[in-house]
Design a protein around this ligand. Structure first.
Ligand code: GDP
Length: 304
């Protein structure tokens, strides 16, 4: 189920419960939860997470409504809406993410490394992030450390030129860690604030790819590693992010292709599987289609 439909289904389950508060409250809550649970599962959200959400909502609603004997209909409606909203926010929130958030500092070299499978939207997201920080007054450079795929450097170059972001790459060097190091040294000398390093993705979760990520990371020592995850891959997102986490220990996720037909739920589960926050979402192919991710505004938008 695509995200827009998920929002509609949850809303309709909540609205049904709200208009039936005169009926047996427990029955209304259970019918509502059935609707929400089915919608979340059809959107690929991990079953354990859905079950936790269901139990939390149920126990909170039943205990709070019972303890307030004098609750009015309006209060009950508000309670239902707030409880469902808060639990949905918890689904996409990573504990302690605010304290752990990476904030680049000006007049200091901040190195950001991107990892992710080929086609996930890595190169596009690198450019988008470069544009995002550049608009905020940072001097940003892009480095192509993908020496595996023919055409990778040309793609980054074209994106960078279009976005007016300085770039570095090589047509001849075959060692990605070496290119990354050279690019970083060049931009460091020129006093760049942020250096974004794009890496290879290949097609599958190959052992060699993870080994390459470890080697690059050891050489460039990134201040932040971001995994790019295609939101449209459904349940595979969880496995993919776990595998990358072991090799790259990324600290943040960018979810791409949240426009279009993203099922989204699989990606949401990835947050819980790796306990890593989503920091941005990609909402289109254009360089400005990048939105800062906040659980509350995401869920508000989802529910319309
Ligand atoms: P890479 O192989 O991981 O570097 O992936 P690319 O950056 O080349 O992106 C693969 C495809 O996905 C390209 O056609 C991009 O335009 C497209 N893409 C990337 N991010 C988004 C997004 O947020 N929304 C949409 N609709 N397309 C995207």
């Amino acid at each position: 189920m695509v995200l827009a439909d998920l929002g509609k289904r949850i809303n309709s389950a909540v609205n049904n419960a709200i208009s039936n508060t005169q009926d047996d409250f427990t029955t209304s809550v259970d019918v509502m939860l059935k609707g929400i649970v089915t919608a979340l599962l059809e959107s690929d959200v991990n079953i354990a997470l859905v079950s936790k959400l269901r139990n939390n909502i149920r126990s909170q609603l039943l205990s709070e409504n019972r303890s307030e004997k004098s609750t009015t209909n309006a209060q009950t409606k508000k309670l239902i809406q707030k409880t469902v909203f808060d639990e949905l926010c918890k689904l996409v929130t990573c504990e302690g993410s605010e304290e752990k958030a990476f904030v680049p500092k000006k007049r200091k070299t901040n190195i950001i490394m991107f990892v992710g499978l080929q086609g996930s939207g890595k190169t596009t997201s690198c450019t988008k992030l470069a544009v995002y920080y550049s608009k905020r007054g940072f001097k940003v450079g892009l480095v192509c450390a993908d020496t595996f795929r023919a055409g990778a450097f040309d793609q980054l170059k074209q994106n960078a030129i279009r976005a007016r972001i300085p770039f570095y790459g090589s047509y001849t060097e075959t060692d990605p860690a070496k290119v990354a190091e050279e690019g970083i040294n060049k931009f460091k000398k020129e006093k760049f604030d942020i250096i974004i390093v794009d890496t290879s993705g290949r097609h599958h979760q190959e052992e060699e790819l993870f080994q390459e990520m470890i080697e690059i990371s050891n050489v460039i020592k990134p201040n932040q590693t971001i995994m790019v995850l295609d939101a449209s891959i459904g349940q595979a997102a969880e496995q993919q992010s776990k595998a990358f986490k072991e090799s790259s220990d990324f600290g943040a996720i960018i979810l791409t292709k949240m426009d279009g037909h993203a099922r989204g739920g699989g990606a949401i589960s990835a947050v819980a599987a790796t306990n890593t926050p989503i920091i941005f979402i990609g909402t289109g192919e254009h360089i400005h289609d990048l939105e800062k991710f906040s659980p509350k505004s995401f869920i508000s938008k989802l529910l319309g």
